[in-house]
Design a protein around this ligand. Structure first.
Ligand code: ATP
Ligand code: MG
Length: 408
């Protein structure tokens, strides 16, 4: 490979490694695994002998938390001196190259002396620091150059942004969880328990009257009412349990799709366009339409639509190198002007990227998308975009209107 080509390949590797971190976090990979991946991949691409992630510890110190490569055992758990390069990089948000740690003056950590060239890339910004990525080569190896620092820093920043976003999302999730619990306690108290209490009173009346041998027809009427109440309580409790199992149940499809495409922004580097339409109306900010959509699309179908959009966006971020991506969710109600047309939903994720190359790598993404279509008696395809550029993922499923109960 000529030097210029090798350079372009390396740049590309850094960029796609950054995008992959975002995808990992979005798809729910545990943070610990993501951090380890960041270190391993950075070491490999930068051709370093060792790579470490320095992160804030519990007592406000900076610790070598994750270490990979040559001599890593001695580095693990080291606390970084306050006057050192890691702290400076974290405080200023600026990276630093060192030609040789072996000969550096003022180096306080003996364990670092055995290394030669070093690169310190801060993760995050000076006002929102996450940690420092440190890349090391053995003594006598080629020095890192400013281009290495620039690329490693961009990668570290991208990884930091993804981590910060995931944390924010988790914190939001936690608040939602507490609110959900309170709502469930309220619902149980106001609906189910009150009703069971009333039923208990009715049965008490029946017992008293039966003991006195009174009025058979009257007793049966009260018992009928009590049985109705038991039915109602069962229904109430079922719907409470249902919302417990699916914490997203209260959030409408439109809102969930908006969140999904907003989250894809980090992986793609730009915001995808999102168009949701019901019959001929494209859904704007009108809540009524959103409710109409939720009435048509069952919860399990909405979950699958979300999963398909997520996979399409993740694929665009990982494989397409696109400059734009559009997500279209089109619902046909089978009513009004569409009477006679089978009610269905179509999901399309289209990009203007490099298109499908020769089949490669894992295929579980497309396989899952197809399986989700089959479950609803629908179809899916991944093909070249009809525009002549990029890729189009299409997924369609019929709406089961007025179908069986989906409770519990
Ligand atoms: N938008 C796209 N642009 C270019 N190539 C794509 C696109 N989507 C998919 N591909 C190609 O199709 C292959 C199969 O995609 P699929 O989603 O099944 O697997 P994957 O994304 O590689 O892995 P995963 O199982 O994690 O989803 C990809 O490896 C990639 O080569
Ligand atoms: Mg995929």
């Amino acid at each position: 490979m000529r030097p210029m080509e090798a350079d372009a390949v390396e740049r590309e590797r850094w960029l796609s490694a950054g995008a992959h971190i975002t995808t990992m976090l979005l798809s729910g990979t545990p943070e610990e695994d993501v951090l380890e991946h960041i270190v391993s991949v950075a070491r490999e691409i930068a051709d370093a002998d060792a790579a470490c992630l320095v992160l804030p510890g519990l007592k406000g110190e900076l610790v070598m938390e994750i270490v990979r490569g040559w001599g890593s055992e001695e580095l693990l758990g080291l606390s970084m001196p306050h006057t050192g390069l890691s702290w400076t990089a974290l405080r200023t948000g600026k990276g630093r190259l060192v030609p040789s740690l072996k000969t550096a003056r003022n180096l306080n950590l003996d364990a670092m002396r055995k290394y030669g060239p070093a690169l310190y890339a801060p993760m995050g910004t000076a006002d929102k620091p996450v940690g420092v990525l440190v890349l090391l080569r053995k003594d006598g190896e080629e020095s890192f150059i400013s281009k290495d620092l620039e690329r490693a820093s961009t990668f570290a920043d991208q990884a930091a942004l993804a981590l910060v976003l995931t944390e924010a999302r988790q914190a939001q999730g936690l608040t939602k969880l507490v609110e959900e619990r309170e709502r469930i306690a309220r619902d149980l108290h106001d609906l189910a328990i009150q009703q069971l209490f009333a039923t208990g009173m009715q049965l008490e009346t029946v017992r008293r009257r039966a003991a006195r041998g009174l009025d058979k027809a009257g007793l049966i009427a009260i018992l009928d009412e009590a049985l109705d109440n038991v039915d109602n309580s069962v229904r109430e409790i079922r719907s409470i349990v249902h919302s417990l199992r699916d914490p997203d149940a209260a959030t409408g499809l439109v809102e969930r799709l908006r969140r999904e495409s907003a989250l894809a922004r980090t992986g793609l580097g730009f915001a995808p366009s999102l168009v949701i339409s019901l019959d001929d109306t494209s859904l704007g900010a009108i809540d009524d339409d959103e409710e109409a959509l939720d009435a048509l699309v069952s919860q399990p179908l909405a979950d699958d639509i979300l999963a398909v959009v997520r996979e399409g966006l993740a694929n665009a971020a990982r494989h397409a190198r696109a400059s734009s991506v559009s997500v279209r969710v089109t619902v046909l109600s089978g009513n009004g002007a569409y009477a006679g047309v089978p009610a269905n939903v179509t999901v399309e994720v289209e990009d203007d990227g490099i298109g499908l190359g020769a089949p490669s790598g894992r295929k579980s993404g497309t396989w899952n998308v197809a399986a989700r279509a089959r479950q609803h008696g629908g179809t899916s395809s991944l093909e070249s975009s009809p525009s002549g550029r990029g890729t189009l993922l299409t997924w369609a499923a019929p709406l089961k209107l007025g179908g069986g109960s989906t409770l519990v």
